[in-house]
Design a protein around this ligand. Structure first.
Ligand SMILES: [Zn+2]
Ligand SMILES: [Zn+2]
Length: 115
């Protein structure tokens, strides 16, 4: 567990993750980057697989620990599952919320498409 003091929300981020795209450690409390996170923390987060790869324009890609594939998660009963193997994805609350919001948005968009 990595406890980092976030300078932006001033909370202690206990479940931070590493954003590959931004090359930054992200605070689990507010979702902002923790700019002064040490290199060792980044490497440690990568080591335990707490990595996300922001895909700003299209989708929320999550790497599944069970099958190793990255993909947009499937939303079922407010939980996120891997679309390749169906395993439940272990993500932090912040990411889950954002991804669920995004997926709900996508769902609304696609039902509206022909109406
Ligand atoms: Zn924060
Ligand atoms: Zn999987």
């Amino acid at each position: 567990m990595f406890r980092l003091q976030c300078v932006k929300c001033r909370k202690v981020s206990q479940d931070s993750y590493y954003d590959k795209q931004l090359d930054k450690v992200i605070c689990s409390e507010c979702g902002e980057s923790i700019d002064d996170a040490p290199e060792t923390t980044k490497r440690a987060l990568i080591g335990i697989g707490k990595v996300i790869n922001t895909q700003p324009k299209t989708s929320y890609m999550i790497e599944c620990k069970a099958c190793g594939k990255s993909g947009e998660p499937v939303l079922k009963d407010n939980e996120l599952y891997c679309q390749s193997c169906g395993a439940k994805l272990a993500v932090n609350e912040f990411f889950k919320r954002t991804a669920i919001e995004h997926l709900n948005l996508e769902a609304k968009k696609s039902t509206r498409k022909y109406g």
